[in-house]
Design a protein. Structure first.
Length: 1043
């Protein structure tokens, strides 16, 4: 029985009119019987509640089946109705949008009862603010009969009749009002609003005669309007009092043909109540008509480079001929001279009253300036002068073209002149062009500044059409009080026409404050999953960057509260619709996304599982947030952590994070039969769009040649290709870098490196890592993200005096040539035992092409008062070169091109003297000397590999340590690369005596400076040495050691 009732309830929601009413009554009866047969009190109460709900629904449907109702008018107008059940969360958004400017505008539920308009005189307690110029002549609020009693020569019954009935054609104008867009909207839409059998006014204004469309006089002075804003049609209640003036000027819209006509002024008053008062800073006609009529707004920027005038004309002319579009125009900023020459007012809206095209192809528009004494077009082809001349004497005003004399303020203008001189074309389309409609309401907490250039936290919706055809998607931002405060406070005296400017100099349009109110746009992407029949995961629909995938539609950023995205949808293709913004000033907004189509659509929100961003500003203190599939952390490049690209010796200082992928179910492991992996997206986002940034995902392993030491996971230098799991590629500006990985096919630990192109580039950033596994076979994969502390975190930095090797060679240093291959490998192949020097062929720095590989040794003592743990780090000392030195590796600006450096190669490019041979060095920590010496630790590139037991023994890795005598100068000679050299951790034990840091260099010849050409890298440039330790240690001075 309950199943049958639910079926009837669903049918009542999907159908209309009497059919829906019958289903609702049937469902109520079934629920009533079910309540009588219920076996428990709880079930009986539940069925009774459902029965009550269906009775209420039937009452509403009963009203809607009347011919004198809004529903009947909408049925006559063939407007699309949404069958979507609005979720509770979205209903709450609509309810929150009911309160505006201290007034309550509840969602429209049913037509008002006739009794509401009877009774004593009604006074609306709402306050209506006036502009300063209006306040100067304001003489109080008066009802229409009071306003017209002095001027009218008619008796009261006759005057009452003229309050709602026009005489001849309408000629609406504004005088001392600031709402040019509203009056232009009324002028342009009057053909649809004026009483008649096709009028749309019976669905918008009450009381009214539904048969004739004629507004009726409310005996109480109370009027109710049905207007569309903040996500739905809403109830707007006003009284009939209008602002009067102390002179013959008017403060409301007036019909010059019938000054007594009141209903247009009442429509204006109701709209201005929604927008904040008679002094509201202006809008655009597209927005005004959307609120007044519910017709779909579209704004076309006529000055855009991709405007196709011919296509626009054909589309607009056809829609206008079928009475399916209302057309208005808007000008941009014009100088006083331009206004005088053209006869156009700057930042002003105009109404289009007619559109014509003659047999010769002349395309013209009849345009009206809503000001009562406004400028008219003076350009080429102007008809303003011709309007004052008889048709017989003016060849430009032929009888067949203009059979009636033009009213003041109206003019004909060619479409080409419109495109040339107007900024915007506003089109409001009849919703009856579509048969299907869906409205989705959502609130958006704007993302933190670091994420503003990405779409990671932007509202997104997935849409699929069941047939090919046009789909129009309208984004509408809900009005809120704070925006009006910004608009009023942010105005500037940008208007040049006194009629469009208050005495305080505030502009009456939104053009002057558009930057303060921000901009919004819509993007539409075709989902990559659409081409893959085996891809069914909603998580893959989420777009992270504006250029993430193929863009089907990229809308302009507009300052209007609405923007339309029309496009052609293909059957079965899944699209992702993304809401984008720029410079919206408030932290939170509510929106409605409306989908119009002629075939059924499947629409759902794309879930954003991201946690709230961290507010931390440093890598060391950044707090990560975790969810099962998304992790996010905020950090920054600071003076200590802005290490630059991999060619920089400080690359290892960049912020780094440990990413752990863990398996929560057996399905997360790799399945070779289905080739299942865990796709990962890594987004690096910063508020600074001038920073070239990059993000890399690296295997976290102590065996990695780029690792900073066993178990740390930090990357110290350039990452070999074998260790690189994923990368965002070349450094890119724009505030974001995205790396996608399909190779993370098993749980494990990875390292994420975030870098800028140049060292010293500072700024905050947010790192977001997500698994695109929403609904696939890898749903059991979880991830966690945490910062990896810098090498010096929690440790003391002891700076050792810079180490400079110097030697003299035989020869004058005039030789030429260069060594090739890996120089340190060559050195290691010729150095063994206690041999101090070898000869090698190749280029030389001195003499006739032969180079003597001389080993130079220096040592420095290290003292500690108690046991401490320590590490030694050796890096190149950067040469202090002038800005004019073309070989300088120093950067003074942030203009280094991101594409100029290939980040990860087996041999990264470095800026060096092309004729200089590299020096190879070896760093060791040694206790004692002579036959009793014991090697404690040996430095390798980035820390090398293997383990030290802290007792002079080295296990594994590439070096073999010896204990005691035997000529074992163990460890390989290495170039000091960008990542520097690093020893594993070791213990400094005071009981064992002096600990010596021994540094050796071999090679370094070539085109060096000074006698014999010595130096080279690591030579005259020197080395920087630091000791990272738990407790303070002292160091002596470098000593020369003869070997």
């Amino acid at each position: 029985m309950e199943a049958e009732a639910k079926t009837r309830e669903a049918l009542a929601a999907r159908t209309q009119g009497k059919e829906a009413l019958d289903h609702a009554i049937a469902a109520a009866e079934i629920y009533m019987r079910a309540a009588g047969e219920a076996s428990s009190t709880a079930e009986k109460s539940r069925f009774k509640k459902k029965c009550g709900d269906m009775i209420s629904m039937a009452e509403r449907l009963k009203i809607s089946t009347r011919t004198d109702s809004v529903a009947a008018v909408e049925k006559r107008l063939k407007l699309p109705r949404s069958s979507r059940q609005v979720p509770t969360g979205e209903k709450n958004i609509l309810l929150r949008g009911s309160r505006l400017h201290g007034n309550l505008f509840p969602p429209w539920e049913s037509d008002p009862d006739e009794k509401e308009f009877n009774g004593p005189p009604f006074i609306d307690p709402s306050e209506f603010s006036l502009s300063e110029r209006q306040s100067e002549v304001f003489a109080g609020w008066k009802r229409p009969l009071e306003l017209n009693r002095k001027e009218s020569q008619l008796d009261e019954p006759q005057t009452r009749g003229r309050l709602m009935e026009s005489i001849g054609d309408y000629d609406l104008v504004q005088d001392i009002t600031t709402d040019c867009s509203v009056v232009a909207s009324l002028c342009a839409s009057i053909k649809h609003l004026k009483p008649g059998p096709t009028s749309i006014l019976p669905a918008l204004m009450f009381p009214i005669n539904f048969e004739t469309g004629q507004p009726e006089i409310s005996t109480s002075g109370k009027y109710i309007f049905r207007m569309y804003f903040n996500g739905c049609f809403r109830k707007v209640v006003i009284d009939d009092r209008l602002p009067s003036s102390s002179n013959n000027r008017t403060l409301y819209v007036v019909d010059r043909q019938n000054p007594d006509l009141a209903w247009p002024a009442l429509v204006e008053k109701a709209y201005l109540k929604v927008r904040g008062g008679y002094d509201f800073p202006g809008s655009n006609s597209g927005t005004d008509l959307w609120v007044l009529t519910g017709w779909i707004p579209q704004q076309i920027f006529l000055q855009s480079d991709d405007v196709d005038g011919d296509q626009i004309w054909r589309r607009v002319k056809k829609g206008y001929d079928y009475e399916d579009v209302v057309v208005t125009l808007g000008t941009g900023r014009l100088s006083p001279d331009e206004e005088e020459i053209l006869g156009l007012a700057g930042e002003h809206d105009y109404a289009v009253l007619d559109i014509s095209e003659d047999a010769s192809g002349n395309r013209r528009l009849l345009v009206k300036n809503p000001w009562c004494d406004g400028l008219v077009w003076k350009g080429v082809g102007s008809s303003s002068a011709a309007a004052a001349t008889s048709a017989e004497t003016s060849p430009s005003l032929l009888p067949e073209e203009h059979p009636t004399k033009l009213k003041p303020g109206t003019f004909w203008i060619s479409f080409d002149d419109v495109v040339q001189n107007f900024e915007s074309l506003y089109l409001n389309w009849n919703p009856s062009l579509f048969t299907e409609r869906q409205d989705h309401h959502f609130a958006w907490q704007l993302p933190e500044p670091n994420m503003i250039h990405s779409f990671a936290h932007n509202p997104q919706y997935s849409m699929t059409a069941q047939a090919d055809g046009s789909v129009w998607i309208l984004l509408s931002r809900h009005f809120q009080d704070a925006e009006l405060d910004i608009a009023r406070g942010g105005n500037s005296s940008s208007s040049n026409n006194s009629s469009n400017e208050s005495s305080s100099g505030r502009s009456t349009t939104l053009a002057a404050v558009s930057n303060k109110l921000g901009f919004m746009s819509l993007y539409i992407f075709a989902s990559a999953a659409s081409t893959n029949p085996h891809h069914h995961r909603h998580g893959s629909d989420r777009i992270l960057l504006p250029d993430d995938r193929s863009v089907v539609y990229r809308g302009p950023f507009v300052d209007s509260p609405q923007t339309l995205a029309p496009f052609e949808a293909r059957k079965g293709t899944r699209y992702t619709v993304v809401v984008a913004s720029q410079d919206l000033p408030l932290p939170r907004y509510s929106f409605t996304l409306s989908f119009f189509s002629r075939s059924a659509l499947t629409v759902h929100a794309v879930a954003d599982a991201s946690p709230s961003p961290s507010s931390s500003t440093s890598a060391a203190s950044a707090s990560a947030h975790h969810s099962s599939h998304v992790a996010e952390v905020s950090s920054a490049w600071t003076r200590r952590t802005a290490g630059g690209n991999a060619a920089s010796p400080t690359y290892g200082a960049n912020p780094q994070f440990r990413l752990r992928l863990s398996s929560t179910s057996p399905s997360t492991t790799t399945n070779t039969s289905t080739n299942t992996t865990v796709p990962i997206s890594i987004l690096l986002a910063t508020a600074r769009d001038d920073l070239p940034v990059r993000v890399d995902l690296v295997w976290s392993s102590s065996s990695s040649s780029s690792s900073s030491g066993p178990g740390t996971g930090r990357v110290a230098g350039p990452v070999p290709q074998r260790d690189l799991v994923a990368s965002s590629g070349e450094y890119r500006r724009g505030g974001c870098a995205l790396a996608r990985c399909a190779r993370a096919d098993r749980p494990g630990v990875y390292t994420v490196v975030c870098s800028t192109f140049d060292p010293g580039q500072l700024g905050g950033f947010t790192l977001r890592v997500s698994c695109d596994d929403d609904g696939g076979s890898v749903v059991g994969t979880a991830l966690a993200l945490e910062p990896i502390p810098p090498d010096a975190a929690g440790r003391l930095r002891v700076r050792v005096p810079d180490l400079v090797f110097s030697h003299s060679g035989s020869g004058s240093g005039s030789g030429s040539g260069s060594s090739s291959g890996n120089f340190s490998s060559v050195i290691n192949s010729i150095v063994g035992g206690n041999t101090d020097a070898r000869s090698s062929s190749g280029g030389g720095g001195g003499g006739g092409g032969q180079e003597t590989a001389t080993r130079l040794t220096r040592r420095i003592p290290i003292y500690a008062t108690r046991l401490t743990r320590a590490t030694v780090v050796v890096t190149r000392r950067r040469r202090q070169q002038s800005r004019d030195d073309p070989t300088s590796n120093r950067t003074n600006t942030m203009t280094s091109p991101p594409h100029s450096y290939d980040h990860h190669n087996d041999r990264p490019r470095q800026r060096r003297n092309p004729t200089a041979a590299a020096a190879a060095v070896r760093i060791r920590l040694v206790y004692g000397s002579g036959p009793n010496r014991a090697i404690l630790a040996v430095a390798a590139a980035g820390g090398g590999s293997g383990d030290y037991d802290g007792d002079g023994h080295y296990h594994g890795g590439t070096a073999r340590a010896t204990h005691g005598s035997g000529g074992g100068w163990s460890g390989e000679f290495r170039e000091v690369g960008p990542g520097g050299l690093r020893t594993p951790e070791f213990d400094v034990e005071p009981r064992r005596g002096v600990l010596w840091l021994v540094a050796e260099q071999i090679g370094g010849g070539g085109a060096g400076e000074g006698e014999g050409g010595g130096g080279g890298e690591g030579g005259e440039d020197g080395l920087q040495v630091e000791i990272l330790c738990d407790v303070p240690v002292q160091v002596g001075a470098w000593e020369v050691v003869d070997v």
